[in-house]
Every structure is written in structure tokens, then in C-alpha cells.
Design a protein around this ligand. Structure first.
Ligand code: 5GP
Ligand code: 5GP
Length: 200
């Protein structure tokens, strides 16, 4: 356990747009419960240091799960199922905040913060819709700032035609896992100035 005793300074709550996970060359697979709702889903809640580095794989243990996660923390990968995804996120990231949040509290913290800020609603209220059109990254980030009060960072991937598209949104959460904060360190950007917001 490489980072025991080192703690962490804050979390990134990372949400993904399922349309952008699904329309790449890797494609995607829906869970047994069917097509997920047209909404952002959680990728992870990641303990981080203020200098930009982060601990991972702090203490591997087995996983017990929650029904709320089947809605908000869907796995769209064709290579593994939900349990594998949740186990991966717990093993890699969650174990590094275990001194503060036990496993149940960790997943609950991610779900609660996600529900506090309704990203899709904020974007749609600002005229930014998942309609395959192109939007300025700056406009997307400004809308989230105006709607949530906090600075977000958008990350992109590419669809089959090579268009950059809205893939993930990073928000920062204090080390207790309870409140949004301004990010101590901004993730490195991987977007063009103008990006597509795919239909899902
Ligand atoms: P990527 O290389 O696709 O950006 O990230 C791969 C994985 O590395 C992520 O899914 C996440 O597990 C981890 N990762 C990347 N950047 C960060 C970061 O800034 N903080 C933390 N805690 N993990 C990260
Ligand atoms: P990370 O990027 O956090 O290190 O790893 C994410 C892992 O979870 C990858 O192995 C990826 O294949 C798997 N995974 C399963 N479902 C999903 C999903 O819906 N989104 C993302 N980003 N990764 C998923």
C-alpha cells in the first residue's frame, strides 16, 4: 500500500457523457437493466494531492454494492460488467481515502455530490443540449460555473469521424467528500476550443 499515511488533499468527481463513451471505435454495451437514462454518469471519485499527483491502489479489499449505483454509476464497457468497474474504482481510488470514508460512505459521497449538481439540467438551461451540435468548451465551462458556483473542467475524446466531443466533466470535492470546492489543481486539458455534444 504505497500511500498509507500520506492522505490526500481533495477529490475529483469525474462524470462521463455516455454518448461520447459509446460513439467511439470501441463502441459500448448497455447493462442488463437496459439503456441508461440520457444523463451524465459517474466515472469516479478520485483522491488527489494539491500538487497534481495522486495516490492509487492503497489497500485492495472485496466490494459490496448499492442499488443507486445502477442508475448513476453505470458501466458501459463491453469488456467488463458493473461489479468489475466499481471494484476497479474502489481498489484504485477509493482505498486511498479509506481513513476518511469507508467503502459504503465513499460510493454514497460520489452519488450525493452528483445529485447536488445536475449537470445536464445546468447545460440545457444555458442552451447547451446533447444534439450532436458543436459548442465552445469555454461556454460549457462558464455555464457549469454559473449554474453550480464552481469551476469545472471538460475533457474530450474523439468519435469515429475524429471530432472532439464532450467526454467527461471534472468537479472538485473537499477531502470529507461532502462539499464542492474550487479545484486546487486543474486537470490537463485534452479538448479543442469547439466540441460536439453527442446525442444519447
Ligand atoms: P487518462 O489517462 O485516461 O486521463 O486516465 C486514466 C486513469 O488514470 C483515470 O481513469 C484515473 O483512474 C487515473 N487518473 C488520471 N488523471 C487523474 C488525476 O488527475 N487524479 C486521479 N486521482 N486519477 C487520475
Ligand atoms: P480508469 O480510467 O479509472 O483507470 O479505468 C476505468 C476502467 O473501468 C477501465 O478499465 C474501463 O474499461 C472500465 N470501465 C468499465 N465501464 C466503464 C465506463 O462506463 N466508463 C469508463 N470510463 N470506464 C469504464
Amino acid at each position: 500500500s504505497i500511500s498509507q499515511g500520506q492522505g490526500y488533499d481533495f477529490f475529483y468527481l469525474v462524470q462521463q457523457w455516455p454518448g461520447s463513451f459509446c460513439d467511439t471505435k470501441f463502441s459500448c454495451c448497455y447493462p442488463t437493466t437496459g439503456k441508461p437514462a440520457t444523463n451524465f454518469t459517474i466515472h469516479g471519485l478520485w483522491p488527489n494531492y494539491s500538487n497534481g499527483s495522486y495516490p492509487y491502489g492503497c489497500n485492495r479489499i472485496a466490494l459490496m454494492m448499492e442499488p443507486r449505483m445502477e442508475v448513476s454509476w453505470v458501466s458501459l464497457s463491453c469488456k467488463n460488467n458493473e461489479t468489475t468497474f466499481w471494484t476497479h474504482e474502489w481498489d484504485k481510488h477509493g482505498t486511498c481515502s479509506e481513513s476518511v470514508l469507508d467503502q459504503h460512505s465513499y460510493f454514497e459521497a460520489a452519488l450525493n455530490i452528483k445529485d447536488k449538481v445536475n449537470l445536464l439540467q445546468i447545460l440545457e438551461a444555458a442552451g447547451i443540449h446533447p444534439d450532436d451540435k458543436f459548442y465552445k468548451v469555454d461556454d460549457i465551462e462558464e455555464a457549469i460555473k454559473a449554474g453550480s458556483g464552481y469551476t469545472a473542467t471538460v475533457q474530450c475524446n474523439s468519435d469515429l469521424s475524429g471530432n472532439a466531443q464532450l467526454f467527461e466533466v471534472y468537479l472538485c470535492v473537499d477531502a470529507s467528500g461532502k462539499d464542492l470546492i474550487e479545484c486546487p489543481v486543474i486537470p490537463t486539458k485534452k479538448c479543442n476550443p469547439s466540441i460536439q455534444f453527442p446525442i444519447f
